[in-house]
Write a protein that binds this ligand. Sequence first.
Ligand SMILES: [Zn+2]
Length: 281
Amino acid sequence: MKMKILEIIIIVGIFVLFYRVLFDLFAYIKGLVISKPQKLEKKTFYCLGILLIFIAVGLFYFDKKMILLLRAVIFIAVSVLILFILIELILSLFSVSYLKSKKQTIIDSADNKSFTISNGMKKTQYYWNEIQDIKFDKEPFRLTIFAKRKLTFDEKTQNRYLLLKHIPLGFSSFDYTYRDSFFVNLKPCIVCGTIALQDDECLLCGCVSWSADLEKNYSSYEEYIIENQLDIFATIDENEKFNNFKINDKNFDSDPNWKPKVTKEEVLAFSKKEYWDWEEE
Ligand SMILES: [Zn+2]
């Protein structure tokens, strides 16, 4: 069987384009399933167009033997694709069960009557008067609450300080003196404007007071503050609304006297440069 160059180009072209289009479609569908939708790029549609043209040309141009070869190529392509989808499916099933076991606990709300925690999709409300006892280890953070079952909150628990703040009087094992002095001794963070500076580090944004260590990397504290503010208040994509220098945090109060050293325009210009543009690659 003689193969002309044009025939080889068409066969290889169909194979390559077929994969390109299907991989893109697969990523798109996967994005919908894990609720992280991605845009279908224009390139995918161009590839689909060229693929259809290639197949049409192949069908008109090829003789019987070549059409058989074309069918074989498509058959192999589809088989490999099905295998790939099966492997992906098995892997994603594993990662879902892995994620389930590592679900993050979030304190949704807390006041002097009750608190609500969410764990994945599940939300549970507990009343303080149902709690038998509370134990607290400071370093590392570990709060154990003895309810109908034992609840443990550690450094991975989101809004753990909100919960700590609202523990009412009356639990004999809980160290109220430590808790109260902890909150009283927090100072405003000059970088993010939240009253969350413990010793020399902000518990919210992680920024630190000026030190010899920082001096090695920054020419001034001003430069350090500006660089971190640009990053903290940046928007991750173009459609995200700018928070107007207000951090949405339930743990700590914000300092009413704080003023940012950067402007909204500077933050948005920084965001565009650092975060928005990479998607267009
Ligand atoms: Zn801060």
